[in-house]
Design a protein around this ligand. Structure first.
Ligand code: DON
Length: 312
């Protein structure tokens, strides 16, 4: 890291000014519309929160408004699977950037049904299969894990998004059946997809999201509960894969310009981990052509630059 991150005297004021700047940006991007329930979200929402490892949460804008976390949920599933299966899981999903869009199918055929990493859809579907196969009630286990991390029971899934994901899930079904054909899906495909869509449909606010992931900035230990969520080695591994693969096909550019492990979702949320400091969660629904939130990227980029947060 470039020295110790600067601690502004009032982080909330800095967040407020960055948020206002992002709100002034010329209209860019497009709200995800492959699901009617996502397309209906007010495009003007914008929020940012920072949870630090000393237990503080600073925020600005719509940081208490819940949104569909979508692919940011892939982090929670991965940590659950790492805890449950140990190193054997890496025989079924690898840790390389894909260089393809998140729902691409071509690479899977060449690579015999082994997804490049757990943050593309195919990888998260294999992780979902692991969870379905290792928990008697995998969806309840996923939700309770997220609630424990966010230290609140007030986290729910959006039923409308969940049902629409299933109705529009043909491509994910194709990925799952192809992997099943290669022997890399154990459970029944509909059950695996049910879990995958369920975790995509979880709704959280920026404040909840930042707090729930702050263990990744603190070597696997939740700073507020002092609970070990994952090993230090696994926190390192999650951050490493986030750095190379968390921002879809824009991960290289994000590392180049921002320099933080991060994950985005098509609901417009982005969570960025600042090791030994905290987690930034930003949300605004309009997405760029890669599927990353335009204002979310702007806010995290500005904050990282102002505080010198890059890990490189
Ligand atoms: O798999 C899907 O179609 C959505 N639930 C996408 C989630 C997302 O944010 C994109 N993911 N990598």
């Amino acid at each position: 890291m470039e020295g110790t991150p600067k601690q502004p005297s009032n982080l909330s004021l800095l967040l407020q000014s960055i948020l206002e700047e992002a709100r002034q940006l010329p209209e860019a991007g497009k709200v995800a519309d492959y699901i009617p329930a996502l397309a209906a979200v007010d495009a003007d929402y914008a929020g940012i929160a920072v949870a630090t490892i000393d237990g503080q949460v600073h925020w600005a804008g719509d940081a208490e408004q819940c949104f569909s976390i979508q692919s940011v949920s892939k982090i929670f599933g991965l940590v659950q699977a790492m805890n449950r299966l140990g190193d054997s899981m890496w025989e079924r999903v690898h840790m390389e950037p894909s260089g393809q869009s998140f729902n691409s199918i071509v690479q899977l055929e060449w690579e015999h049904g082994i997804p490049r990493n757990p943050f593309i859809n195919a990888g998260a579907i294999v992780v979902s299969d692991m969870l379905v196969s290792h928990y008697s009630a995998s969806k309840a286990a996923a939700l309770s894990f997220i609630r424990r991390l966010a230290m609140t029971e007030q986290i729910w899934i959006n039923e409308e998004v969940f049902q629409s994901e299933k109705e529009h899930g043909n491509r994910n079904a194709a990925l799952a059946y192809l992997m099943k054909g290669f022997g890399n899906i154990v459970a029944e495909v509909p059950d695996v997809l049910d879990h995958y869509f369920y975790q995509c449909s979880v709704e959280m606010s920026c404040k909840q999201l930042a707090l729930s992931l702050v263990f990744l900035a603190n070597r696997g230990v939740h700073p507020l509960t002092e609970e070990t969520i994952c090993s230090r080695r696994d926190a390192h591994r999650v951050n490493a894969i986030l750095s190379t693969s968390g921002m879809y096909d824009q991960s290289g550019e994000f590392a180049f310009t921002v320099g933080l492990p991060a994950k985005s979702g098509v609901g417009g949320g982005i969570a960025a981990v600042v090791p030994n400091y905290g987690v930034i969660a930003a949300w605004s629904p309009k997405l760029n052509s890669f599927g990353n939130s335009c204002r979310g990227m702007h806010m995290i980029t500005r904050l990282a630059a102002q505080l010198g947060l890059s890990v490189y």
